[in-house]
Structure formats: C-alpha cells, structure tokens
Design a protein around this ligand. Structure first.
Ligand code: ZN
Length: 427
C-alpha cells in the first residue's frame, strides 16, 4: 500500500478539526454527562463529590473540574483492595462486563460491553492503518489488557490480525515472511530484536519482509530507536500514549511531532506537588478524566510526566499535543524549586557526542541546593573550556538551573543505575 493510500481519508472523526471553542463545548458537555452519570452509579465517585462538597450539577465548565481532588494510581490500588474488585468506580454489576483483566499493582481493569472500549481506533487511523493490512500483534493476550486492547482498533479498521503475543522471535519472523505481514503492533525494542534476528537468519528485512507500518507503545520511544527500526525494515513507526486503566489518551498523526489528545478523555497537566493546572510547555503530571460510562475515572493521576503544546499541527487536527512522555513523576527531584527529571537531563546531554556516562549529584550547603554533573568523556573536545561553556548553557536552557560541571576519569562514577543522586539530608 502506498503512503498516499495510507493518507486517504485523513480524519477518522469530524471533530478532529473542530475549533477551540467547539472543543471546549464538547468537553464541557461530556464532563456534565459524566459527572451526573458517575455520581449516580459509581459509589466511589459519589463519595468523592460528597467529600469535596461538590454537587454533580456544579461541574459545568473545564475550570469547575478543578474543585475535585485527584485520585492517584496508589489510591486506586488501595480503594480496589478495600472495596474489591473495582473500588467503587464501576457503574454496572461486575457480571455485566465483557472482560476483566489484572495489571501489575495489582489493579483490576474492566472492559465494558460497548464497542471501541479503549478508543485506540482514532490513533491507529491517524497512523495510517487501513483495511487490507495484515498485522502481527505482539502484545500479551493474557491477564493484562494490552493484547486485546490493541487488537480492538485493528478489527475496527478492517485489518486482519495475527495474535502472536510476546516472544518466539524466530516464529514471528516466519509468520511475517509467510503471510506477507504489513503491520506490526508491540514494543519498538522487540521489533528491533526481530529485525536483528532476521538478519542473522540471512534475511534482509527491507526486501524479504513486507512491513510498512508499526504501532508501538509501552516504553519510551527515543528518536534513535525509532530511526534505527524504521531504517532496518524500511517502514514507519507511530506511537500512542495510554494506560491499562484509561485506554488511548494521545496518539501521533503522520507528522510525528507529538501526540494529539484523544476526544475520549479530558487531559490536564498538573504540577505534581501543588496540583495547580499548568499551561502549554510546562512539564507536569498527566491527569485524566475519562469519558467512559462503565468505568468513569475523574482526575485520575497517571504518574506520567509530560507537557502539551497548542501550536497548530500541519495535519489539521486541532486537539493539543503532548510533546512527549518524559518519564515517571516519582523520578523527579526538586532542585532550587525546579523539577529535574533524569530523562530531561539525558535528552540534553545526548546532544553532546563527547559525553559518555554521567551522574547528577545534588547536595545542600548553607541552605542552598547544588547540582553537579559528573561527566565521563568518550572523546576529548577540541577546547575543554568552550565545550564546558556550551554544555553549561545547554543545561541552563533546558533545566533552568545553573549546573556545576566536573569531568571525571572513566569508571569513577558511583556504581548505580540512577542518574540523579540526591545527597541532601533534611534534618
Ligand atoms: Zn497532527
């Protein structure tokens, strides 16, 4: 199938190009409906509103939602343990569900009887999956929802699915070759492994396999990994962002410049400490209000760190985009009042080919935080002073903090996987 064919019928839903005002009206209408329905049928939501002193008919605007507290993943696990299996969030009797899954946590995840329960079709369509694709789905089909969750949009869009699940690399290669598989769903790192193994078997993936399009999730996709896999197979990779509890929350269009937020939820980015609503470009925690009548989560804090942009996208879709998922909120360290995330630091230092391994040591002297980057170099820069100056200003730009820099001998960093070592004591 040509790329032009994959671009055919670019929008899956008419509202994808709606104006800002239409989007707001849409979200507020869905919020009102959700609040009334969830308050009436989900005991946990009734309790949540009552405790906050808010009536469901008071949730009329996006701003009014801020009167309600957030529920964290830890809260959800605790509430499920206290009131099994769904912690009071389910609006239907348990035996009316289509399927029940268990994710690590442990957390039970329901699948209601409504079609497109996890709402990934919009994202798969935007990526270019079309009727006629034969797609290998390498997510697990047992216990956790991943396999069936990602199969749903493929069936919705009229693709043929081969449910291979995790592992069995050589068998996956045989199936891809025998059946002329055009699409892949799974983890990008697994697809790379398949490509490498195919070469070891004497195959040339760009010639002997027919892969054109892949949908990857469940891990952070670096630009390097994406490029490597795309070149290995001569295909395009797209990613989406979602969770086992929420389904799809955001997805890439064919511009691959961030992930458009789904119409199926209202997503806020909150300061992880103060829970203040943040604006475009400000990194914070992804908090989701899910328009799902079976399992309505309201201000559910995912623990994932991201930021959004409202810059127009060339694809014409008007939903804001998450720029990227930056990691987990619990990996954040606050230095001089600013959040520093290992992935953020890593992204900055990756632009300097001279830098090998590094660690960030955070200390506190005379009530002032200090942040020192210890660097092992792979190669000597032409001028050490110029190199350190350039690096220092890049870090200051990215982290909004002035770093101390120290070049150390190879092998002298602390033996830990941690990138940020917090040595501050608070007594
Ligand atoms: Zn777009």
């Amino acid at each position: 199938m040509s790329q032009a064919d994959r671009n055919q019928g670019y929008y899956h839903e008419e509202r994808e190009t709606a104006s800002v005002d239409t989007w707001r009206a849409y979200h507020e209408r869905r919020l009102r409906g959700l609040a009334e329905h969830a308050y009436q049928f989900a005991p946990a939501i009734t309790a949540l509103f009552d405790k906050a002193g808010v009536r469901p008919d008071e949730i009329t605007t996006l701003e009014s939602l801020q009167r309600l507290p957030v529920t964290t993943k830890t809260d959800l696990a605790r509430m499920q343990a206290e009131d099994p299996p769904f912690g009071g969030f389910l609006t239907v009797p348990v035996n009316q569900l289509k399927r029940i899954f268990m994710s690590p946590g442990p957390i039970y995840d329901p699948q209601g009887k409504a079609g497109s329960f996890w709402a990934w079709s919009e994202g798969f369509f935007a990526a270019g999956f079309r009727p006629g694709d034969i797609v290998i789905n390498t997510f697990g089909y047992q216990m956790t929802p991943a396999g069936l969750m990602f199969e749903e949009p493929l069936l919705d869009l009229g693709c043929c699915v081969i449910p291979t699940g995790v592992g069995n690399t050589e068998t996956q290669i045989k199936i891809m070759k025998d059946l002329g598989v055009t699409g892949f769903v799974g983890m990008a790192s697994f697809l790379r492994k398949i490509g490498v193994a195919a070469r070891e078997l004497g195959l040339e993936p760009t010639r002997d396999l027919a892969l054109e399009i892949g949908y990857v999730a469940a891990e952070i996709l670096t630009d390097a990994l994406r490029q490597e896999v795309e070149e290995l197979f001569g295909m395009r990779l797209f990613q989406g962002y979602g969770t086992a509890d929420c389904g799809c929350l955001a997805y890439e269009c064919r511009e691959s410049n961030g992930m458009h937020l789904t119409a199926n939820a209202y997503v806020e980015i909150l300061d992880p400490q103060t829970r203040k609503v943040l604006g475009p470009g400000e990194p914070g925690e992804v908090v989701v209000t899910l328009f799902n009548s079976t399992y309505p989560l309201i201000r559910f804090a995912t623990g994932d760190l991201s930021a959004f942009t409202i810059e127009p996208c060339a694809c014409g879709r008007t939903a804001p985009r998450l720029t990227r998922i930056m990691g987990r909120v619990d990996q954040l360290t606050k230095v001089k009042g600013m959040f520093v995330h290992p992935a953020q630091a890593q992204a900055i230092l990756a632009r300097f080919p001279e830098v090998g391994k590094f660690q960030i040591i955070v200390t506190r002297e005379s009530e002032v935080d200090r942040m020192k980057f210890q660097l092992e170099l792979k190669s000597d820069p032409d001028s050490e002073t110029a190199f350190l100056e350039k690096l220092s200003s890049a870090i200051q730009d990215g982290l909004k903090l002035r770093p101390e820099l120290e070049i150390v001998a190879g092998g002298s960093l602390e033996p830990t996987e941690k990138l940020i070592i917090d040595k501050r004591t608070w007594d």
